[in-house]
Design a protein around this ligand. Sequence first.
Ligand code: 13P
Ligand code: SF4
Length: 359
Amino acid sequence: MSASQQAVMRSHRLTPEQVPETVVEQLAPVEREALVARIKRLLEQENATLVAHYYTDSALQELADATGGYVSDSLDMARFGSECPSDTLVVAGVRFMGETAKILNPEKRILMPDLGADCSLDIGCPPEEFSDFCDQHPDRTVVVYANTSAAVKARADWMVTSSIGLDVARHLTERGEKILWAPDKHLGRYIQEQTGADMILWDGACVVHEAFKAEGLAVLLQEHPGAKVLVHPESPAAVIEMADVVGSTTQLIQAVAELDADTFIVATDNGIFHRMRQAAPGKTLLEAPTAGRGATCVSCAHCPWMAMNGLRNLAAVLESGINEIQVDPAIAERARVPIARLLEFARSHKREVLGNNDA
Ligand code: 13P
Ligand code: SF4
């Protein structure tokens, strides 16, 4: 990144008070079984489908799998929500995922187990300040990460997720467009380095991924010399540099299943281990270190907001209908444009990659 590009980076760091403690729901086996049975009944009764992110508790992922729901990354959750015929979607994840589902499906009822399930990237990108930033760079195409509020998306030309950010940046660069990127600076820098795109970056970060430490990772690699390193691109550059694979949650799960190695060191939220174990039983999975010299981790490889989703509050929202996601219709209409543009790009890009018209 050039010095002038560095200079226009806006700094929006979170204070520790804005990050809740990670509290994982603890249930006795009897209560867990009773809740699972109750939720299954309620999903049927309400014609509702459960869509969960890979970072949520394994009990929620198992429930989604067992009830015809869906477990995936943020791009595929959005895609599934639009294709699913149910009247109600229950989104177990963080708020931007529920908002995206509502924006794409305004006629559906979208419920979330906890409306306080935020995201540090979303919190660190307030819509008004972001809008000012855009105003200062009217010559740039505004590309925002999915992890933003509906109001921020409403100001964007494109939305991307980590699974497709590189492809969109290459596409825009081929068209001679310069990019204003927000909010994750690590992902932005990674995209810029990989594609050579002309980008200026908002200074946001994910508190979970930013805590991974390259020094600790080097020590762990010495202890496990044959291990492959899998890294989500919200991690710091020094950690990304040590990766064998950098990718979205789905891409990292595929890597565990496909790569010829027995041991993997994984730099992303440890909720993903549930799916990785299913995809590659018998392989050894190690958490990338967040501790060590200079350790700053507050959530230590588990997103505090993802952990707000549990069986108890899932049952409660299905029973009472509370925690429905609402998005101002005028904002939703504008925010739909960058999301729909991405979904259409993903469809046609997949066709291009597969070389046929049926994908
Ligand atoms: P994915 O798009 O890879 O699922 O990532 C979402 C996210 O919040 C990562 O921290
Ligand atoms: Fe947001 Fe980070 Fe949590 Fe993902 S892991 S939802 S980016 S805070």
